[in-house]
Write a protein that binds this ligand. Sequence first.
Ligand code: RTP
Ligand code: MG
Length: 156
Amino acid sequence: TLHLGVLKQRTFAMLKPDVVEKMGHIMKVIIQNGFKITKLKMVQMKRDHALEFYAEHKGKPFLPFLVEYMTSGPVIAMELLADNGVAKWRELLGPTDSEQARKDAPGSIRALFGKDKSLNAAHGSDSCASAERELNIFFPMSPIAQYESPRSTATF
Ligand code: RTP
Ligand code: MG
């Protein structure tokens, strides 16, 4: 039979420095919501990396604080795979402002793990084009990256 399923999409997710200590809890929520974590690494961003990553926010008043925040400690960068993954991950994240998220989307990652409109726990790409750009920043093609991705997480 012909499967007209929803397309599996990859997206870029990042746990921000102040929630890295809660990564176990957050990754459990991610997996329970039907995502596969297909790439993962912990990295310390430098100022230039943060400015490149957030190029779309150049000139905005919150950018200097955002760069301080994102370079204040290591982050967890991930590639997530799911049906309609880009929108699905934004949905699970909830609204940008964690305080609003607690009102409008109480089960969301930002409601559960974020503090306010700046310290909001995690990032998610806003489109497929952004996802490709952001994944290429954190997971550039290199000899090791060309090894085959795991087909699934092993279940014993
Ligand atoms: P993200 O890119 O992190 O997934 O979040 P987003 O699309 O919901 O929010 P965006 O507008 O792209 O903003 C990027 C990050 O900047 C911080 N921010 N602070 N103080 C403020 O008014 C403010 N606005 C945004 C947040 O950390 C936000 O996630
Ligand atoms: Mg954004």
